[in-house]
Structure formats: structure tokens, C-alpha cells
Design a protein around this ligand. Structure first.
Ligand code: IMP
Length: 215
């Protein structure tokens, strides 16, 4: 079974004043939870693990938008570096699917897919690249759509997996970090579209949830 880097419940992260934070978010953030450099270091190792398992056939890397775009770009950079510097290499093509399931800091109960075709996945080795898995409902819905396209193989990598009592036990094939049940933003993860433009993964202040709340 895949294991990510465990961040324990009592770990609260780092003093935000010791990091560079955009001025417009300074008042909104409690702590830096996972610094950008640590995300990149862990991503480099995920790229190596993925290529060890999937590196003998062409890969279609499927980015789950919008939250997955930073992780996707950095993961693919590391995979490209392995392709450039190793004894063997495989062609990687990319595809994108956009999913919306959250409003404020809670699931809406409805999972909507925007503008997806996914016809490129037929007969291919597919690597699904996701930002965060909480209950696993979103990923299960996406995987059932992908399987309709009859891919040769599907693997899922998620940067974050949240430990939550609501989880029906879905675990991706590769995990960056396993985190406590807290709402996190940054590195393309959003709260009502804000905070994607923040490099570190951070914990929001309660009053920021009010400030950016959608009715
Ligand atoms: P699941 O379907 O419960 O696994 O939820 C996964 C989706 O919920 C992700 O793709 C995100 O869009 C969203 N999500 C869950 N937790 C967070 C969070 O802490 N920050 C930002 N988005 C989150």
C-alpha cells in the first residue's frame, strides 16, 4: 500500500513571518503548513517512483484542474528530467479535466465535470494527477468516467491525502503527504478561487473563511 510523508495531527506547521507570503494574504493565513521547497522535494521522489513503475510504456498524464495544475507542472518537470538523464525514456502526452465539488470549505454534494472528452485515454497508460483526496468521492467519480474510455492501465497520484473519519477508504497509488483533517490552501489549492497564487500550502484563519465566503 502507498504511504505518503505523514504530517501528524499535532503538527501545526511554521510561523508564517519566517516565509515570503504575498502581502494581500498576510492577514488571512494562520501558519505555513507545507513549505514550497518541501513540496518540490517530495514531488521529485514521487516522479522517480512513478517512472520506476510506469516507465516502460507511453504515458498520458491527466491533470485534474484547477487545483492540480501546480503539482502537475512540477511533477512533469521532474519526470522530464528523468527522461532526459536516464538510460531509457518514454513519451508523455498530457490531457486535462476540470472538476468542481466544493463551495466555501465544504463539498456541495454535486460533482461537476467541465468540458471533458477523455477520448485520448483509450488503450493508454493513464496517470491521474490530483491535488487532494478527502473522502475519495471525486476521484471515484472521475475513475468511473476514465474506465468507460477503456484505458490500458490507470494509476493515481495525489499530492495530499486528508485523514478524515468520512473517508470510505479510497487510497491513490502514490501519495505526497498525509495530512490532518484541516482545510488547506495554496500551491493551486483554493478557497472559493482565492489562494491559488500562494506558493506554500497554508492553513486559513477562521475570519478569512468569512471574508472570502460565497453565499
Ligand atoms: P473528496 O471528493 O472528498 O475526496 O474531495 C476532493 C476535492 O475536494 C478536491 O479535489 C478539492 O477540490 C476539494 N478539497 C478537499 N479538501 C480541500 C482543502 O483542504 N483545500 C482545498 N480543496 C479541498
Amino acid at each position: 500500500m502507498a504511504h505518503g510523508l505523514q504530517i501528524r495531527d499535532e503538527q501545526s506547521g511554521y510561523n508564517k513571518n519566517l516565509f515570503c507570503i504575498p502581502k494581500h494574504y498576510e492577514e488571512d493565513l494562520e501558519r505555513v503548513f507545507i513549505p514550497h521547497g518541501l513540496i518540490l522535494d517530495r514531488t521529485e521522489r514521487l516522479a522517480r517512483d512513478i517512472m520506476q513503475d510506469m516507465g516502460s510504456h507511453d504515458i498520458v498524464a491527466l491533470c485534474v484542474l484547477k487545483g492540480g495544475y501546480k503539482f502537475f507542472a512540477d511533477l512533469l518537470d521532474h519526470i522530464k528530467a528523468l527522461n532526459q538523464n536516464g538510460d531509457k525514456s518514454v513519451p508523455i502526452t498530457v490531457d486535462f479535466v476540470r472538476i468542481k465539488s466544493y463551495c466555501n470549505d465544504s463539498p456541495t454534494g454535486k460533482i461537476s465535470f467541465v468540458g471533458e472528452e477523455l477520448s485520448t485515454l483509450n488503450g493508454k497508460n493513464v496517470l491521474v494527477v490530483e491535488d487532494i483526496i478527502e473522502t475519495g468521492r471525486t476521484m471515484k467519480a472521475l475513475l468511473s468516467k476514465i474506465k468507460d474510455k477503456k484505458p490500458r492501465m490507470v494509476k493515481v497520484v495525489s499530492l495530499l491525502v486528508k485523514r478524515t473519519c468520512q473517508s470510505p477508504g479510497y487510497r491513490p497509488d502514490y501519495i505526497g503527504f498525509e495530512i490532518p483533517d484541516k482545510f488547506v490552501v495554496g500551491y493551486a489549492l483554493d478557497y472559493n478561487e482565492y489562494f491559488r497564487d500562494l506558493n506554500h500550502i497554508c492553513i486559513l484563519k477562521e475570519n478569512a473563511k468569512e471574508k472570502y465566503r460565497m453565499s
